[in-house]
Design a protein around this ligand. Structure first.
Ligand SMILES: Nc1ncnc2c1ncn2[C@@H]1O[C@H](COP(=O)(O)OP(=O)(O)O)[C@@H](O)[C@H]1O
Ligand SMILES: [Mg+2]
Length: 617
């Protein structure tokens, strides 16, 4: 039994671990020239852990006696909330933990026949590679092509092979054409694609992915899922993929097996159809189709749980035969915001070209009106221009065409001062790390009011009130760097909301959160909207759009493609495809079955089907 005490290794200031684990070190090259491949012992097991525990430097037990075998060539989804330990589990496998984090790993880990304890991060990198969720941590070169080529180059592959792999990786991640772009100017979703491309290009035997779909546009999620299947089939690569419930639909269809973790322990594991059959109590969001069928269980008899739209269509078509006409449309009227009032935001002919090189035409003539009290979603493909548009509304970016008009709450934004603008409209960044800059949670929330010069008593009162509203009181004295992603997002939102602007733009607030954290954040956003705030919500999650918003704007290549109620927009599947958007699965199901197109959520569909199925009553 190994006791791996590496806490003394702690990461010193100049240790670039991304660099290390993409193979850039002398020791790695040495290991190659000394016949590295001979180290590998053939076995059918990709990963085996025995009594694996991890105790953090602060003494918390974050993994608790994991015993887990994963077969070679399988695709395994690892599910759990943000405290479940799923990411930590994956990072112990390639020794990132504890090498760069400190703490104590106990137990035994065998990866492709290698005892992890006896090898370095660099040695393990060829066997097992982890794609992190935070893409900026993994960028090691400035130019896209070089960044993807970095891993294969360090593996000392022939140039032609490097090129082949980079081309394949870029194409698989929809980044062909981005070769010469600066990695640091890519949009959030494009950076996530880049991180995935960097991992694919190394063709390691095992790929671990931390919430890999979180920032991708809906069709992008499917594309990456297809690439994973393809690599798995063609190269027998084993995949371990985490998810906090946000992308459970994708993972349930992709995985051979799902492992459900909670509190550092494995609670359940099995094939997706088994795990979501309804027989187990698991504290996780179910895929929409599975949720619908478990809700219907009293009314139908089924052999197994459908997980895909096509399976559900097959089942329900038989069930609905002849029954449909008895039911009238469920028809919930879309909330039409009265256009009699003046808009609170007016944008006319807004263009923006980033200078580059190469120059990028990000906005190509945007015109829109937003009305007071609306909760509007902005959706669209990665790199479509959503964040760029948002940054113009708060004056951080200026139009590159002089005739553009941006009026917000009576203010001529391009010509107003920041102080003037933020009294009316403010922006919550896509990545809270770009926004949070103080050490203590309390100071972060108080910062804006201090800048406004409010007196101390007033500041204290308002910070306390805001912390309470956002459920952050218990974190008031915590260090901002150590908060979970969910709490960071809430903090970013709280520190902007405290300024009490009439309009809030919130950029992809649920990326990286587990589904419970995401729901909590959305409830708070909804509550802010109910107090009269106008809210613009940028998101990739179509379930959020159908559940929480009354209007949705689709941006495609810097232009507005569609603008309407969720049911109007989701009915235009042809146009949506162009913007790499797919309606939520329940809307797809309604369409395939020829049901009313205002059925968008599981609850809508359940109500409709209950009505049809209770035909006798
Ligand atoms: N600072 C920058 N320099 C050059 N190009 C940029 C910069 N920021 C964003 N871009 C590019 O502009 C386009 C729109 O980006 P963005 O508005 O961030 O998209 P998204 O819709 O994903 O939020 C993308 O192609 C992106 O790569
Ligand atoms: Mg963005």
């Amino acid at each position: 039994m190994g006791l791996d005490r590496l806490s003394s290794w702690g990461c010193n200031s100049d240790c670039n671990w991304a660099n290390h684990w993409r193979g850039n070190s002398k020791s790695y090259k040495d290991s190659v020239s000394y016949g590295w491949l001979k180290l590998t012992v053939e076995s059918k097991i990709a990963v085996e852990t025995t009594n694996l525990s991890y105790i953090s430097p602060s003494g918390k037990k974050l993994l608790d006696n994991l015993n887990c075998k994963i077969s070679k060539g399988s695709i395994v989804g690892i599910l759990g909330d943000s405290k479940s330990g799923k990411e930590i589990f994956l990072q112990t496998l390639n020794k990132i933990i504890p090498t760069f984090t400190g703490g104590i790993v106990e137990g035994k880990i065998i990866v492709n026949g290698l005892n992890v304890m006896e090898h370095t991060v660099n040695e393990l990198a060829r066997e097992i590679y982890t794609i992190l969720e935070e893409p900026s941590l993994q960028i090691v070169q400035t130019i896209v092509y070089d960044d993807v080529a970095f891993g294969p180059s360090n593996m000392q592959l022939p140039t032609s092979e490097i090129r082949r792999r980079v081309d394949f990786a870029l194409e698989s991640t929809r980044l062909s054409g981005y070769e010469e772009r600066n990695c640091y100017t890519l949009s959030g979703g494009e950076q996530q694609r880049l991180a995935i491309a960097g991992g694919i290009a190394m063709l390691p035997k095992i790929i671990c992915m931390i919430n890999p779909f979180s920032m991708l546009d809906p069709i992008g999620k499917k594309e990456i899922s297809a690439v994973i299947s393809q690599l798995n089939k063609n190269y027998n690569i084993t995949f371990l993929i985490t998810d906090g419930g946000q992308d459970i639909e994708i993972l349930a269809r992709l995985s051979d097996e799902l492992i459900f973790m909670d509190n550092g322990k494995i609670i359940n594991r099995g094939p997706p159809k088994e795990l979501f059959s309804g027989k187990y109590e698991i504290d996780m969001r179910f895929p929409e189709i599975a949720e619908l069928f478990t809700m219907l269980d009293g009314n139908i008899t089924r052999a197994e749980i459908p997980l895909s739209v096509s399976e559900a269509v097959e089942f329900l078509t038989k069930l609905l035969r002849g029954k449909r006409q008895k039911i009238s449309k469920t028809s919930k009227e879309p909330d039409k915001i009265s256009k009699k009032v003046d808009p609170i935001i007016t944008v006319r002919n807004l263009e923006h070209t980033y200078p580059g090189p190469p120059p990028v035409k990000a906005l190509r003539g945007i015109s829109l009106d937003i009305y007071p009290g609306e909760l509007v979603a902005i959706i669209g493909q990665n790199g479509g221009g959503k964040s760029t548009l948002a940054l113009h509304l708060v004056g951080i970016l200026k139009p590159t065409n002089p005739e553009a008009i941006i009026t917000v709450d009576g203010i001529d934004v391009p010509n107003a001062s920041t102080m003037e603008i933020i009294n009316h409209i403010n922006y919550v960044f896509q990545n809270p790390n770009d926004q949070i800059f103080t050490e203590k949670v309390w100071d972060e929330v108080a910062f804006g009011l201090k800048m406004r010069g409010l007196n101390q008593e007033e500041i204290r009162k308002r910070v306390q009130e805001t912390l309470r509203l956002f459920g952050l009181e218990q974190y008031a004295n915590e260090h901002t760097a150590f908060l979970t992603p969910g709490i960071k997002t809430l903090l970013a939102l709280a520190s902007v909301a405290i300024m009490n602007p009439r309009i809030l733009i919130i950029d992809e607030p649920t990326g990286g959160l587990d589904y419970k954290e995401a729901d909590h954040v959305l409830k708070i956003i909804q509550a802010l909207n109910e107090t009269g705030k106008t809210i613009i919500l940028i998101t990739h999650d179509m379930r959020i759009v159908s559940k929480f918003t009354s209007r949705v704007i689709v941006i495609h290549q810097g232009q507005i493609l569609l603008d309407g109620s969720p049911s109007e927009v989701f009915a235009r599947e042809d146009l949506l495809k162009k913007a790499y958007i797919e309606p939520p699965e329940i809307a797809q199901l309604a369409r395939e079955l020829g049901l009313p197109l205002d059925i968008l959520t599981v609850e809508d569909m359940y109500k409709y089907l209950r009505g049809v199925l209770s035909w006798s009553g």
